[in-house]
Each structure stands twice: as structure tokens, then as C-alpha cells.
Design a protein. Structure first.
Length: 519
């Protein structure tokens, strides 16, 4: 297992290489080439390792798939597609392409044909949807790479060579795929931080992802399916792969995403974390209007960071008020802010024993109108378990302090809501705030104990919340610590008297000096 220092050094080196490499290409656009090349290298090495293990068990430990002919390899195509979900010919492997990349005048065409071939290998099979379009953002003919084919190929060759030199083997971790996945997520985070809001829209900081996973999985050891209806790059889902997934290799991951680029990043992320194609189902579509996993519900764990204040059709679409996801509340979320539409969507998908942990924009906690009516429905039916106020400036492109709403159905132990003020539990890291492990532990301690703790937590009965205008804002219930210095009025007055006396004495001396000068 890599030490934190080794990991930090690896990340520092990789980011410097990736950033120096791009030249004049915009970093957010250039990510597709670095991340796509990492994925290409991973699936190439992954299939080679898999075949090596099969041949070793068959008594041929020296078999090297990368060195056999394409004709011979065709004999195992069907088996590989069935078991890995894709197939790569030896001549198309990353490690073989990179050897001649620098001198390959047709590198762009070669890469295009290879990527098409990999995706085509899954057509007509169970993995077709998981492979389709995975390399669509890797545009080898983009003018941003260079003004001529020669220049573009030179940069592409450098990208491949750079990725080939990255230390992504077992030296840095227990398994290769953990390091690949970790590197991939690190680079996404760095590109997101450089891109500001455009990148932050799909990226949830790892420490927040970890907290959401802890909240959604606490006291529920029998989770078989995890769901995120606004899955972005998949970082929330994959926190379960690193925890519950290690004990349950059959854990299923379900997600939906409306952005095609982010949808591709999520599926690639799944592969890089060694989640097999038959264990994840990520769909491209509008979650609020065209949900794709209603037949797979209910889910025992739901984690999500849906888009804030997203505009949607709302009451302009006459069908939505009768949608079984939204109808129970009797109203729809406002057209200008679909936040609580996502909340109602997740509540519908949640099992009776399950838990949903959702990042929310603070306005939904206290605004009036239809949002108040939806909160009233949630509180009356005892679905709101906990509301956690997070520190400000945790998310890329969002300086405001967000919150987490934890929903449960019959799994609740009381008819109250626990309010946790974690707004001061953070450490500064450059221009961002981060939740350290000790901060996460404190939040989980408060969550599990479910009792009052001065300045940090307050358990409030549902009836009291309903009487308070259905307000779910943490600051309305958790007492704020007075950090202002107590002023002793008597002491202040005594100091003032001393200062006045000293001033009068000084004035007398000045008058005396002026008088002497006048004489």
C-alpha cells in the first residue's frame, strides 16, 4: 500500500507532466486526451493480465498476449467479450501502439480505427451500452491539438508516451487498477479545479463523497444496489466500490447523467476501478423527465449531488403532476429550481430500509411557496432523518455553504429531525476548504449518537418544525457559539478616565510650551 507521501509525490509528478504537456491547449479540453489515454492503457494492460492468468492456469506461464499475431488472437475474441466486455487485438494494444507512435505518420487514423474497433467488439453483446461512445471525446483531428496533421500527431504521440511512463503499477498500490482509478480521479479533480464551475458541475470533492457514502451505508450491511440519479463522473458511486464493494463483489451500481462527456467519464471511471461491465448500469438521459432505473428500484443506498437551482419544465408539463414520483407531495418543484424534484425522485427510488444522502442548495431548506409544501410533505411523513450544514467553499465553483439532507422511510427510529452544524469543521487548503478525516468522524459521531450537543447538534420533533414554517435550516435550531469577546464596561470606563486625565495633562504641557515660545 502506498504511503500518503508516495501518493502525493505520484500525483504531483502526474499533474506536472499532464499540465506541461498540453502547451496551448485549454486544460479542460485537453483532459479528454490524458484521461482517454490512461483508460486506453488500462484496458490494454488489463486484458493482457487477464489472459496471462488464464494461460498460467492452463500451464503456459510464459504466454504473452501482446506478442502473438492478430489472427491467433481472434480465437479468444468471443470469450474475452463475454468476460471482460470488450476485445483488443495485440496490434491495437496501447503498449504496442506507443512503441511506434513518434514515427507513425498516420497515428491519428490508427487511433481512430483502434477506438472504433474496441467499441465495435461489444456490438450485439451485453456490454454494448457500456462501451458505446467511450472514446467519442478523444478527437484526434481537433484543430486545438495543432494546425496540421503532423503537429497533431506529434502531440498525440507525446501524450501516449507520457502516459506510458507514468508509474501506475503495484509499486504504488496493492493492485494496478486501484492506482489507475486513483490517478484518474486525481486528474479529474485537478482539471475541475482549474476549470472552475464548468468542471465543478460534475465533480464532488472526495471528502464529501466519502461522507455521503458513510451516511448512506451506516447500519445497513446488506446493500446490494447503489444509485445516483445525477452521477456525474461517478465519484459518489465508486466510494462504495472501495468500501462495501470489497466485501460484496456483486454490488450493483446504477447511475444516470444528462451530459454526454460526463457520462463517458463515469463509465470509464467504473472500468478503471475494476467494476465489471455487468455490475454497473449507467444511462444517458434527463433524470427528471425520463428516468431510466424505475424498474431497478428500490435501492438501499442513494447518494447524489444533483445540480443546484436547475431550471426544468415543472408545472408547464401537465403530465408531471401525475408522475408517481412527484404526485404524493401534491405540488411540483418551481420551474426555476428543480432541487426538490430530484429529492422526490430519490425518495421514490428508496427502499423501506434504505438511506439517501443528498447534497442540497441551502435555499430549499427555508424558501416558501411550493418548496415549503414539499418540505411539509416530507416532514409529515417522517422522511427527513438528518440535515447537516457543511462548511462554505468545499465545492469547485460554489463558494456558498451547502448542506446534506438524509432521507429514510420506515428505518427511522423517532419522529424527529437531527440538525448538525458542521460549518466550522474544516481546514483551509489553498483557496478551498476541506473536510479532514477527523471532521468526517465527528459528523458521523453526531449522526450516530442522535442527541443534542451544544453548538453542534439538536434533535427537533417534527411537530415543532411544522410549526416553524417547515423550516429545515440548521441555523434555526442549533445554537451558535458566541465568539465575541465579553466586554467589561467598568474596566472600559476606568481606562477612558485614565486616558482623559492623561490627555488633559498633555494639553496643559503643550499650552505651557506654546506660552514660553510666545514670550
Amino acid at each position: 500500500m502506498a504511503t500518503m507521501q508516495e501518493r502525493a509525490e505520484l500525483h504531483k509528478t502526474i499533474w506536472k507532466i499532464a499540465n506541461d504537456l498540453r502547451g496551448s491547449v485549454d486544460g479542460w479540453e485537453f483532459k479528454a486526451y490524458v484521461l482517454g489515454s490512461i483508460f486506453y492503457r488500462f484496458i490494454s494492460e488489463n486484458i493482457c493480465d487477464y489472459i496471462h492468468q488464464l494461460m498460467k492456469e492452463a500451464g503456459q506461464p510464459d504466454f504473452d498476449y501482446a506478442n502473438i499475431s492478430d489472427e491467433m488472437a481472434e480465437n479468444i475474441r468471443q470469450k474475452m467479450v463475454e468476460e471482460k466486455g470488450y476485445f483488443i487485438l495485440p496490434s491495437q494494444l496501447f503498449q504496442n501502439v506507443v512503441k511506434t507512435a513518434e514515427k507513425d505518420e498516420n497515428l491519428n487514423e490508427r487511433l481512430t480505427n483502434i477506438f472504433r474497433s474496441i467499441e465495435a467488439s461489444a456490438i450485439g453483446t451485453a456490454s454494448e451500452e457500456d462501451l458505446r461512445g467511450l472514446f467519442s471525446d478523444f478527437s484526434v483531428d481537433s484543430a486545438s491539438l495543432g494546425s496540421t496533421v503532423i503537429k497533431r500527431n506529434q502531440l498525440l504521440a507525446k501524450v501516449l508516451q507520457t502516459v506510458a511512463q507514468m508509474e501506475l503499477g503495484s509499486k504504488y498500490n496493492d493492485t494496478e487498477n486501484d492506482t489507475f482509478g486513483d490517478t484518474y480521479e486525481f486528474l479529474m479533480q485537478m482539471y475541475a479545479s482549474q476549470a472552475g464551475k464548468s468542471g465543478g458541475e460534475f465533480f464532488t470533492p472526495q471528502q464529501v463523497s466519502e461522507l455521503l457514502a458513510q451516511l448512506a451505508s451506516w447500519n445497513n450491511p446488506n446493500i446490494n444496489k447503489v444509485y445516483d440519479p445525477a452521477c456525474g463522473s461517478g465519484s459518489l458511486l465508486l466510494k462504495f466500490a472501495k468500501t462495501i464493494g470489497k466485501q460484496n463483489p456483486n454490488l450493483q451500481y446504477f447511475g444516470q447523467e444528462v451530459n454526454p462527456t460526463t457520462y463517458n467519464l463515469c463509465r470509464i471511471n467504473m472500468f478503471l476501478h475494476n467494476v465489471n461491465f455487468d455490475n454497473f448500469d449507467i444511462r444517458l438521459e434527463d433524470t427528471l423527465l425520463k428516468p431510466q432505473h424505475m424498474q431497478d428500484a428500490p435501492f438501499d443506498a442513494i447518494v447524489s449531488n444533483p445540480p443546484y437551482s436547475l431550471k426544468w419544465e415543472g408545472k408547464d408539463n401537465a403530465i408531471l403532476i401525475n408522475d408517481e414520483r412527484y404526485a404524493p407531495a401534491g405540488v411540483l418543484a418551481p420551474k426555476s429550481a428543480a432541487d426538490l424534484a430530484f429529492t422526490m425522485h430519490m425518495l421514490w427510488h428508496l427502499s423501506e430500509r434504505g438511506t439517501a444522502a443528498i447534497v442540497e442548495f441551502p435555499g430549499v431548506l427555508y424558501r416558501g411557496g411550493d418548496e415549503k409544501k414539499i418540505r411539509q410533505y416530507l416532514i409529515k411523513n417522517n422522511y427527513v432523518d438528518t440535515v447537516i450544514q457543511l462548511p462554505a467553499n468545499l465545492f469547485f465553483g460554489v463558494g456558498i455553504a451547502t448542506c446534506i439532507i438524509v432521507l429514510k422511510k420506515s428505518a427511522k427510529v423517532d419522529s424527529s429531525v437531527l440538525f448538525i452544524d458542521a460549518s466550522k469543521l474544516f481546514q483551509k487548503d489553498g483557496n478551498k476548504n476541506v473536510l479532514l478525516p477527523e471532521h468526517q468522524d465527528k459528523i458521523m459521531e453526531l449522526f450516530v449518537n442522535r442527541k443534542d450537543e451544544q453548538y453542534l447538534a439538536k434533535l427537533v420533533k417534527n411537530d415543532d418544525i411544522l410549526e416553524n414554517d417547515c423550516n429545515l435550516s440548521v441555523s434555526s435550531y442549533v445554537e451558535q457559539e458566541d465568539t465575541h469577546e465579553v466586554i467589561d464596561i467598568a474596566e472600559v470606563n476606568a481606562k477612558l478616565e485614565t486616558l482623559v486625565a492623561e490627555g488633559n495633562e498633555l494639553n496643559k504641557k503643550i499650552e505651557s510650551i506654546i506660552k514660553e515660545l510666545g514670550e
